[in-house]
Write a protein that binds this ligand. Sequence first.
Ligand SMILES: [Zn+2]
Length: 141
Amino acid sequence: MGNGVFKEEHDNMIMVRDIELYSLCEHHMLPFFGKAHVAYIPNGKIVGLSKIPRIVDVYARRLQVQERLTEQIAEGLCRVLHPSGVGVVIEAYHLCMMMRGIEKQNSKTITSSLRGAFREDPKTRDEFLRLAHSTNGLHHY
Ligand SMILES: [Zn+2]
């Protein structure tokens, strides 16, 4: 199988939080940056944990809009793992917004993509969103 994908019987949520993210807004050609939280529920396959930040990087490293980036990360994981569910949350600061005024310095854009069990099972969704948002945030930026 290669690519750091392993067979594994495991059906609990696996989550990698606080993945640093740098990308470039295609509307304004200005950076946006923040954190991604990525989780999935395996369906017979898992990836090495270091692979998840690499998937984030692959999609961040092009001209992007945050909503599409969020979807592409979820889609990328679905393609590699065919998991029972995937959840992706991205919280990011956009330089294009920050430059429009000092009062916007702290506005953070949050996007999410939920698939499979993360969309259909309220308990799974709640668990994921609680874990994703229990972050003490980005205030050292
Ligand atoms: Zn922009």
